[in-house]
Design a protein around this ligand. Sequence first.
Ligand SMILES: Cc1cc2nc3c(=O)[nH]c(=O)nc-3n(C[C@H](O)[C@H](O)[C@H](O)COP(=O)(O)O)c2cc1C
Length: 186
Amino acid sequence: MADLKVLGISGSLRKASLNSAALRACGGLMPAGMGLTIFGGLGDLPLYNQDMMDAGIPEPVQRLRTAIADADGLLIASPEYNFSVSAALKNGIDWISRVPNQPIQDKPIAIFSASAGPLGGARVQYDLRRILGQLWGHVLPRPEVFIGSAPAKFDAQGELADEATRKFLADLLAGFKLWIPRMARK
Ligand SMILES: Cc1cc2nc3c(=O)[nH]c(=O)nc-3n(C[C@H](O)[C@H](O)[C@H](O)COP(=O)(O)O)c2cc1C
């Protein structure tokens, strides 16, 4: 059977993002039979504006839409901004929610968060679950992974160096591998 295709999206646009670094680490923690591709174009999306949508779906939105539609599952790494979802990630979700046959519907999704604070983004995950649920995305309930005090868990090269965190992410991915076929449309 072909590998399950997972699309990774980081809600942080900055180069040294810890969420993006943790997402890259997930590429090496995937169980057999699952492959990760990371979407790099979230920062190319304009701010949502219905006038633009009416003039034709912007190309970066179209790219995101196709990438989500082609994936068997989504893996979202989300920073917590002021107790909630980053503007970049919410903007991407808002655009996708308005395209015809919006592809988050029925999509298996796994989420995790990395933050500088000790709670690791505990609050953002519940907002994200609420938003994705409204679009009929199926978010894996457990295990939950909160990477707290995140700057201490990466080495000078930006690699995820904390063994416990690597194990939490590996467990999340193993759970996601079972979740994807479980949520597949009957
Ligand atoms: C606008 C803004 C708001 C933030 N709000 C929170 C917050 O509510 N909770 C938290 O734990 N960290 C907060 N932080 C700190 C982030 O956790 C930290 O910058 C983190 O590294 C961002 O993720 P990234 O490394 O993937 O960019 C905030 C950072 C920014 C820039």
